[in-house]
Ligand binder design. Structure first.
Ligand code: NAP
Length: 346
């Protein structure tokens, strides 16, 4: 598959500082690709390159470009000469903003900026990081198992947050662009569930907050919330396979593994990390109490649409079409927790 790809052209990864993007970059380097990255400000580039180079010295060769999702500046230069673009940058904050547009506008307009610049530069394929948030939210009558054929309804405000809406709206806008002005260019999306797995530093994605909350002594009790977990290294593998597999164009790919309730993650962490045991909650937080507390607490507000709700997606398509194998959720949880301990975060 990858043998057919000309590896002399650089592959662009947007949002190179991010948790998922870092693993996509490392996998591309390992496979012999030349990598370019975008960051909001080039001030971040030296530290980021040093962080990645500690894992793989080839990271010293990465070309860095400045591009913000909210501005046209820099995108044309970043994509020039690239055949493949992984558009991964999108805001994923630990707490919800007051104005949903603070997330929706950069997610949607940033995706369109990356796509327009790619189309103008003659890019062959863009691989966009969407989310299970664009598949599993806003149903009146939710299917028991959701697949890539399903779309979230972002207008159902009871069963969405600004973040989940931003991911659906951005992915929809991207496919609409592809079937309109972007015709002729290819796109595939990767739709991960909650991403865990090793962090490279103490600066990481909001999803790792699942572990820092549980291990950092910040949660007195576990909320009745659960997610399918996926290892960040498998999300990267799905991204790269969606780039290398000719038939992946035009498809969405769910990246997800086992389902875990918070209480079960807490139990696993207590068993595997006895030194942290005292900080990890054993009690369960009643959902009515969390709903009440969320009135005052923006972090808790993010969790309300998840309370007592199980959303299950299938990863069969990525396994069958892309040949990706997903690690068990347990492995992603334990690798993430160990890396947080190693970086003295918890
Ligand atoms: P992350 O570590 O927070 O990475 C987000 C990246 O987006 C960072 O590089 C960030 O740059 C960049 N970004 C945010 N706003 C930007 C802006 N205005 N202009 C330019 N860049 C901007 O989170 P992640 O988990 O790796 O997320 C990456 C992608 O995966 C996102 O599209 C997210 O929605 C998606 N996703 C994540 C999960 C998950 O559980 N983590 C699940 C499903 C989908 P800075 O470093 O400058 O802030």
């Amino acid at each position: 598959m990858s043998d057919q790809i000309d590896k002399s052209a650089p592959v662009l990864v947007t949002g190179a500082s991010g948790y998922i993007a870092q693993q996509v970059i490392l996998l591309l380097l390992q496979k012999g690709y030349k990598v370019r990255g975008t960051v909001r400000s080039l001030d971040k580039a030296p530290a980021l390159k040093a962080l990645l180079a500690a894992q793989d010295p080839r990271a010293n060769e990465i070309e860095m470009f400045a591009a913000d999702l909210m501005s046209d500046a820099g995108w044309d230069e970043a994509v020039a000469g690239c055949t493949y673009v992984h558009h991964i940058a999108s805001p994923i904050p630990p707490e919800l903003p007051k104005d949903p547009n603070d997330l929706i506008v950069p997610a949607r307009d940033g995706a369109l900026r990356a796509l327009r610049a790619s189309k103008a530069a003659g890019v062959k394929r863009v691989i966009l990081t969407s989310s299970v948030a664009a598949i599993a939210y806003g149903y009146d009558d939710q299917p028991e198992i959701l697949s890539e054929a399903d779309w979230s309804n972002p207008d159902n405000l009871k069963d969405n947050t600004a973040y989940t809406r931003s991911k659906t709206i951005a992915e929809k806008a991207a496919w609409e662009y592809l079937s309109g002005p972007g015709q002729g260019m290819e796109m595939a999306t990767v739709n991960p569930s909650a991403v865990l797995g090793p962090v490279l530093s103490g600066d990481f994605s909001a999803s790792v907050g699942i572990l820092t909350q549980l291990m950092g002594g910040k949660l007195p009790a576990t909320p009745s919330v659960g997610f399918q977990i996926v290892d960040v290294r498998d999300v990267a593998a799905t991204h790269v396979a969606a780039m290398e597999t000719p038939g992946a164009a035009g498809h969405r790919f769910i990246a997800a593994s086992d389902y875990y309730w918070f209480a079960d993650i807490a139990k696993l962490l207590r068993e595997e990390f006895p030194a942290q045991r005292k900080k990890i909650p054993t009690r369960k937080l009643p959902s009515f109490l969390l709903r009440f507390l969320s009135i005052f607490n923006p972090v808790m507000k993010q969790v309300v649409p998840e309370l007592d709700k199980k959303r299950v997606v299938t990863n069969t398509k990525a396994q069958e079409m892309l040949g990706v194998t997903f690690r068990p959720g347990r492995e992603a949880i334990l690798a993430g927790a160990k890396s947080l301990i190693d970086h003295n975060v918890v």
